[in-house]
Design a protein around this ligand. Structure first.
Ligand code: BGC
Length: 800
């Protein structure tokens, strides 16, 4: 363990003599003062409007914009009170990443990991568009005149959606929130985040980008006060190069796409809390990436008043007690300059103006009931036009990884169905009577599996499976409560009714008796939730169930609902296991989508957004969370010393052959790649090695200059229509082959289409630590186009 002797000394713990440069590892340099919003790029008009409004506010009104009011009487995760005299209606901040959380009459979309598995940018934008439409529908008309905004009416306004999870990035395989993010790859995550934001902006909804940054484990995510001294939250320790080339990358894309809010994370970053870290907030975010919007805390992630204000925090949620009167006192006595509060208020109001929310929401609504039993006027937010998007999202998140001609099913007469993840959940409501993600398989508890033990501040569940019924997503604040859940067994029954199939089923016996069948389907899952990391990446109970069926049935098809990586080597080579499907986290249309795929009404087109290794040991130290240990029991440390070498980069560097590589997935048809051409653009001709453009939100604007294009053709050489997610990898100057382009195409049999993928200056650069800039590395670069990380079909070079 390198790192934090200095902080330990400061806190009175045993001193250590540091003799080398490692003194700087795990330390967060100070960056002050906090940069003001400047109104660059698209923000000019909203900045001017916000400034004008802030000029009319009293000190107290400005301060009231920066901290959350109580959430107990409405469905908002947090809300900012109105300023009636000036027509500002307040803000309602609502989860979740896959739809509107904590309310009724909404949809449950495919969750992040399924979106990643789809590799479908257009579908992702549409998903964002319709999700945002639901937030809007639950919102209300703000075209009332000033003075007509009673404060209690804040429940009527839903302006901010906690949508975009690009952190965690899946550094550790057992990460409890990996299912909320899109992928373990920053390039794929970044573009899908940008597409989701685009969809939200079409409907005037502010997106929240989270959790900034290095929020890679749930264990010790928060401080734990029941000891003396208290156990601080884990510190994610990272070097500057890894920060830029891996973890900051997807945030940068999402900021470039215009996200007007970002949420700082619970844990510490280089030993300084995420919501009081001047390097990440003032430095990376507001200086280097020119962020114009506002920074909100994760819930109760504020641990200091003055320090967090000066470090660049703009809003605390809910009400921590650190701000409010304390903030105004600190301003009055000169500890914090009033300009800092002006900047907080301007950033918050500029975000509101940027999305046109001052112009009013078209349709009055009644917002969000809090308790399930609360009488309320119903607002059905579900647009019928979203139905195909929900279904397609569920379909394209499925990844077929093994198929020995078992699928699609061909007129089976007798099917037997096994596994606890096939039927619907036993109760629709299993929670505390609130609309808090407790409904219909989106539950975050699973009564029969709660074998819990306390490890510091987090509850660790011994078992990882949700044995009470199918799951459509993980649990916690990222889960929604859709109107219905299509379970695999429901959908199979419907299909059987149509086809007159004879179904047998047993969802209880761990070693069931198997009738003579044309196909045996086994549905298993892995459970994952915010608040703790998964204890394992496979479980014996499910694997033994699968093997028991396979011993008796020579056409055993396994479907896994997996909110994260799930290893399958205990059964994947069994000769009777003829097909394996990762169904991921499909949302409410889960069963309908699976059955459409199994019967070939839909074609598989998903590809893995992460790598599946053969052995647990292949992960080395990146399997599970870092725990408090040794000298650091009260100051847990997590050194990201592997650098950018997580997931496929790491396995490749360590020469480990995976079971299923990143980007892998089968289809019912086949594709041929041809005619590769790699060409430089005019901009590349005399490109300087460093960018020189001005900074707008997202960073220096010429980082997005296209310096080369990679073109090729794809032909559908099979007999049915299918979609192919074509991938472009390059040997990056950082020493790893990395994803730098992808596109999903739909092709009919014999149809050929061409693909053109741009390579930007940033794609071809490495982070120069000394220059503190992206540096274009000139030379010959390997270019690889194919169907997955390993399945390279075309190869070329780019001379830059
Ligand atoms: C989660 C956030 C969420 C917030 C509000 C926190 O516990 O980490 O992702 O947005 O709660 O519900």
């Amino acid at each position: 363990m390198k790192s934090i002797a200095l902080s330990l000394c400061a806190l009175g713990a045993s001193a250590k003599v540091i003799t080398d440069d490692s003194i700087f590892y795990g330390q967060s340099p100070p960056v002050y003062p906090s940069p003001n919003i400047t109104g660059t790029g698209d923000w000019a008009e909203s900045y001017t409007k916000a400034q004008a409004l802030v000029a009319q506010l009293t000190l107290e009104e400005k301060s009231n914009l920066t901290f959350g009011a109580s959430t107990t009487d409405n469905g908002c995760a947090g809300w900012i009170q109105a300023i009636p005299r000036l027509g500002f209606p307040g803000l309602c901040l609502v989860d979740a990443g896959n739809g509107v959380r904590t309310t009724d009459l909404v949809n449950g979309y495919a969750a992040g990991l399924s979106v990643g598995a789809s590799w479908n940018r257009e579908l992702t934008t549409q998903r964002g568009h319709y999700m945002a439409g639901e937030f809007r529908a639950k919102g209300a008309n703000v075209a009332l005149g000033p003075g007509e905004y009673p404060q209690s009416d804040t429940r009527l306004y839903i302006y901010l959606h906690f949508t975009i999870v690009v952190g965690p990035l899946g550094r550790i395989a057992r990460g409890g929130r990996n299912w909320e993010g899109f992928s373990h790859d920053p390039y794929l995550s970044g573009l899908l985040a940008a597409d989701t934001i685009k969809g939200h902006h079409q409907r005037g909804i502010i997106t929240s980008l989270k959790h900034f940054i290095l929020n890679e484990q749930e264990t010790n995510r928060n401080p734990f006060a029941n000891t003396t001294p208290q156990v601080e939250a884990v510190s994610s320790n990272v070097d500057d190069k890894t920060m830029h080339e891996l973890y900051l990358w997807p945030f940068q894309d999402a900021l470039k796409a215009g996200s007007a809010n970002i949420m700082c994370s619970y844990q510490r970053i280089n030993n300084s809390y995420g919501c009081a870290n001047s390097k990440t907030l003032n430095g990376l975010l507001k200086t280097e990436l020119g962020f114009q919007g506002f920074v909100v805390t994760d819930w109760r992630a504020q641990h200091s008043g003055v320090a967090s204000a000066l470090a660049g925090l703009d809003m605390t949620m809910p009400d921590s007690g650190y701000w409010g009167k304390n903030l105004t006192t600190a301003i009055q006595n000169g500890t914090i300059p009033e300009s800092r509060l002006d900047d907080m208020a301007t950033r918050i109001l500029a975000a509101w103006y940027l999305l046109g929310q001052d112009e009013g929401f078209p349709k009055p609504g009644v917002g969000m009931p809090y308790a399930i039993t609360e009488p309320h006027t119903r607002v059905d937010a579900r647009d019928p036009a979203a139905r195909p998007i929900l279904f397609q999202g569920a379909v394209e998140g499925h990844v077929l990884v093994k198929n020995n001609r078992a699928l699609p099913l061909r007129d089976p007469q007798v099917i037997s169905v096994f596994g606890y993840s096939a039927p619907g959940y036993k109760q629709s409501v299993v929670g505390d009577g609130t609309y808090s993600a407790w409904k219909l398989g989106a539950q975050s508890t699973n009564p029969e599996q709660q074998v819990a033990s306390k490890v510091y501040n987090s509850t660790v569940f011994i078992e990882t499976i949700a044995i009470n019924g199918t799951i459509i997503m993980g649990g916690g604040s990222g889960a929604t409560t859709p109107g219905y859940v299509s379970s695999p067994f429901d959908a199979l029954n419907q299909r059987a009714m149509k086809d007159n199939t004879d179904l047998f089923w047993d969802f209880v016996d761990p070693a069931p008796q198997v009738p003579a069948s044309d196909a045996c389907l086994v549905f298993i899952n892995a459970w994952s939730s915010e608040g703790y990391d998964r204890p394992a990446v496979y479980d014996d109970y499910s694997d033994n169930l699968v093997l028991s069926v396979a011993e008796q049935c020579n056409n055993t098809i396994v479907v896994i609902h997996n909110p994260g990586v799930r290893l399958v080597d205990n059964f994947s080579d069994h000769p009777n296991i003829t097909a394996i499907v990762y169904a991921h986290t499909p949302g409410q249309d889960s069963g309908a989508a699976t059955v459409a795929l199994l019967y070939g009404d839909e074609n598989f087109s998903g590809k893995l957004p992460y790598t599946v290794p053969k052995n647990v040991s292949d992960y080395g130290p990146l399997l599970g969370p870092d725990l408090p240990e040794g000298d650091y029991l009260n100051y847990p440390q997590s050194d990201f010393s592997e650098g950018i070498f997580i997931d496929y980069r790491g396995f490749e560097a360590r020469n480990i052959t995976p079971r299923y590589e990143f980007g892998y997935g089968l289809s019912y048809t086949t594709f041929e790649y041809d005619s590769l051409s790699v060409g430089k653009t005019k901009k590349a001709e005399d490109a300087d090695i460093y960018p020189s453009g001005p900074i707008e939100q997202g960073g220096q604007i010429d980082l997005w200059d296209v310096l080369a294009n990679v073109e090729f053709t794809i032909k559908n050489t099979g007999k049915i229509t299918g979609k192919e997610a074509a991938q472009l990898y390059i040997d990056t100057p950082s020493g790893a082959r990395q994803l730098r382009g992808f596109e999903k195409l739909s092709l009919k049999p014999d149809e050929t289409d061409s693909v053109k993928l741009p390579l930007t200056r940033r794609d071809l650069s490495e982070w120069d630590v000394a220059a503190q800039r992206w540096k274009l590395v000139k030379g010959s670069i390997g270019v690889y186009v194919g169907a997955s990380f390993k399945d390279v079909r075309l190869q070329g070079t780019l001379d830059i």
